[in-house]
Design a protein around this ligand. Structure first.
Ligand code: 13P
Ligand code: SF4
Length: 304
């Protein structure tokens, strides 16, 4: 038996003893995905975190995802095997930037991407994910929306609503998706002319414009499973291709070159997952003063 198989068996045993659920984002490495109870996009994972009756939530993803799970479950233990896995996009929205924008646009509502810190979320009227951003914006009473912090997702929403979308800050972006240059995509499209191009809305506007489909990681999964095409170019972090191959067998998936890899998503592995469960360590706890304020806009989104 390989070391990984032994470790996986130990994790399953500990999971039962601790009554733990393992949630993993679509970008996690294959070994972690294969062990998870639920694999999903940010929205699906937040919903799972909200409804689980497990005592312990082991979150395999990045900081803002585990924080959201903890905010929704103040009475539960949320463990993050790679505590240092931070989303750089979430760090691009310091609360003072929101405060200044709110003063400049007093009538605007603040729609904030879930990829933000818990402290930033306390300034939001409502949270959104890439899977529901348009629906969330449309649900707001105001015609002016301060949209933070991803400028490319803001562009995606602006193409689909009549409301005025004001990106704050105007430089916010995911370093992984923003780095998928239109020329990389065009080269792959030329090489595989029959392949459909699906991309994440964190990609640059020029990449969105040439895509056949744009969606959250859940949306992308559904697209490759349901579209009759046999071949796809995957405009997002490469980790999702493992799941696509498993759930859409017989189809062909071409990653972007150079390979878009989120270093932070790859910090979780089955060794640190095992250690977190064994010693019940790397707990994520949001101070209750912040959590109580941040919970409202998250719940508003989940209740939509
Ligand atoms: P999804 O909600 O689409 O899974 O996106 C999360 C993310 O971090 C994208 O980079
Ligand atoms: Fe953050 Fe981008 Fe990584 Fe997603 S892919 S977790 S937005 S850095």
């Amino acid at each position: 038996m390989s070391d990984n198989t032994l470790l996986s068996a130990e994790i399953k045993k500990l999971q039962k003893e601790r009554n733990a659920i393992i949630l993993a984002h679509n970008y996690q490495c294959p070994e972690v995905q294969d062990l998870a109870d639920v694999i999903g996009d940010s929205l699906e994972l937040a919903r799972q975190a909200q409804k689980t009756d497990a005592d312990v939530i082991v979150f395999c993803g990045v900081d803002f995802m585990a924080e959201t799970a903890s905010i929704l479950n103040p009475g539960k233990t949320v463990l993050m095997p790679a505590k240092e896995a931070q989303c750089p996009l979430a760090a691009m929205l310091p609360p003072d930037v929101i405060q200044v924008a709110k003063e400049k646009y007093p009538d605007a509502k603040v729609v904030m991407y879930v990829n933000t810190t818990a402290a930033a979320k306390t300034y939001a009227d409502i949270i959104c994910t890439s899977g529901n951003a348009v629906k969330v914006v449309e649900s707001m009473e105001s015609d002016e929306i301060l949209f933070a912090p991803d400028k490319n997702l803001a562009y995606y929403v602006q193409q689909r609503t009549k409301k005025k979308i004001i990106p704050i800050p105007n430089y916010g972006m995911c370093i992984v998706h923003d780095n998928i240059k239109p020329e990389y995509v065009k080269t792959i499209k030329k090489k595989y002319p029959n392949a459909k191009l699906t991309v994440h809305p964190e990609c640059l506007p020029e990449v969105q414009e040439i895509a056949d489909h744009i969606g959250s990681t859940k949306g992308m999964m559904e697209y490759v499973k349901n579209d009759p095409s046999k071949e796809f170019i995957i405009g997002t972090e490469e980790g999702i291709i493992h799941r696509m191959k498993k759930e859409a067998p017989g189809k062909i998936f071409h990653p972007i070159n150079p390979l878009p890899t989120c270093r932070n998503m790859k910090k979780t592995n089955i060794q640190n997952l095992y250690e977190a469960l064994l010693d019940m360590k790397h707990e994520v706890k949001v101070p209750s003063k912040i959590a109580d304020k941040a919970r409202k806009p998250i719940e508003r989104m989940l209740n939509l």
